[in-house]
Design a protein around this ligand. Structure first.
Ligand code: NAX
Length: 332
């Protein structure tokens, strides 16, 4: 039998945490033969609720779950973890300036970065979910210099999956037949959902999405804004933000990273930019990636037309600005 993998979930008493921990315990993230030990971190005001989640995990009697740690101590939470899913953070409340939210998240991510650096497994893989996800991941990278930058990522898989879902609905084909959409840039409303290279598997082989949809106005307009604004639409409908889809996409992100992407398929991940596609280096930017042997690589050589170029630049500009804002909070 395999040794258990230790998975940290921060913000585990929250909405996404509540949807995510049972998926991990059931094997959705790491596979049906991989035992896990869950480390769940939250803050003191949420401690009772956190302990309630742990009680429910015990009650669910998941065969793969070999242990569950529920704690408000960041050191205990980070000790020996192989995978860290950072869902906890400071949400933007009505009337708050972006700068104030950034400064709260800088202090949270700074201290959690240090704890991961000191106590997590040396090859820990980190996924930041909490917003602003790309910039929180960048802060974490800055304050955990001994964690390889390749091991620090942020979640844009939910946006990727939303794009697959919209194409599937529009063409009335199973979502499993649609692949190779791309989310470029920031997990925010400036993200660019791109179907230029997306295809549908049909009985006549792979067909380009653009050809099947045959409506450039929709693909360049409504499709993009629906994906960009989907989070807001969920809040309007549910009076709560996305949780089950966020949790499921976080599992997809880690599973593909650890176990690999299927041949001929790429996914979107927020990763440390190296200048690929003329994006400024040193940002956490969402790119198309393939994964093999536990490592992602950016898909190279895709054509970028003028329309797409403008969108790639706009979302990069926003990330440059967020980065400057975050750095201006470092000293305080
Ligand atoms: P909740 O407010 O339900 O849960 C957040 C939890 O984090 C709370 O239990 C809170 O006590 C805890 N927390 C706060 N500060 C903490 C700290 N310093 N250490 C540990 N835990 C801490 O929010 P939820 O709906 O679960 O969303 C969590 C985060 O995901 C938010 O930042 C949200 O904006 C972000 N999202 C990101 C998405 C993505 O695709 N990247 C999509 C979904 C979601 O909106």
């Amino acid at each position: 039998a395999k040794d258990p993998v230790r998975v940290l979930v921060t913000g585990a008493a929250g909405q996404i945490g509540y949807a995510l921990v049972p998926m991990i315990a059931r094997g959705t993230m790491l596979g049906p033969d991989q035992p896990v030990i869950l480390h769940m971190l939250d803050i003191p005001p949420a401690v009772e609720s956190l302990n309630g989640v742990k009680m429910e995990l015990i009650d669910a009697a998941f065969p793969l779950l070999k242990g569950a740690v529920a704690t408000t101590d960041v050191v205990e939470a980070c000790k020996g973890v192989n995978i860290a899913i950072m869902v906890g953070g400071f949400p933007r409340k009505e009337g708050m300036e972006r700068k104030d939210v950034m400064s709260k998240n800088v202090s949270i991510y700074k201290s959690q970065a240090s704890a991961l650096e000191e106590y997590a497994a040396k090859d820990v893989k980190v996924l930041v979910v909490a917003n602003p996800a790309n910039t929180n991941a960048l802060i974490l990278k800055e304050f955990a210099p001994s964690i390889p930058e390749k091991n620090i990522t942020c979640l844009t898989r939910l946006d990727h999956n939303r794009a697959l879902g919209q194409i599937s609905e529009r063409l009335d084909v199973p979502v499993s037949k649609v692949k190779n959409v791309i989310i470029w840039g920031n997990h925010s409303s400036t993200q660019y959902p791109d179907v230029s290279h997306a295809v549908v598997e049909t009985e006549h082989g792979e067909q380009p999405v653009a050809k099947l949809v045959a409506d450039d106005a929709w693909l360049h307009g409504e499709f993009i804004s629906v994906v960009q604004q989907r989070g807001a639409a969920i809040i309007k409908a549910r009076k709560l933000s996305s949780a089950l889809s966020a949790a499921s996409s976080a599992c997809d992100h880690i599973r593909d990273w650890v176990l690999g992407t299927p041949k001929g398929t790429w996914v979107s991940m927020g990763v440390y930019s190296d200048g690929s596609y003329d994006v400024p280096p040193g940002l956490i930017y969402s790119y198309p990636v393939t994964c093999e042997n536990g490592e992602w690589s950016i898909v190279q050589g895709l054509s970028v037309d003028e329309f797409s170029r403008g969108k790639l630049v706009a979302t990069a500009d926003e990330l440059v600005e967020e980065k400057a804002m975050a750095y201006s909070c470092f000293s305080s």
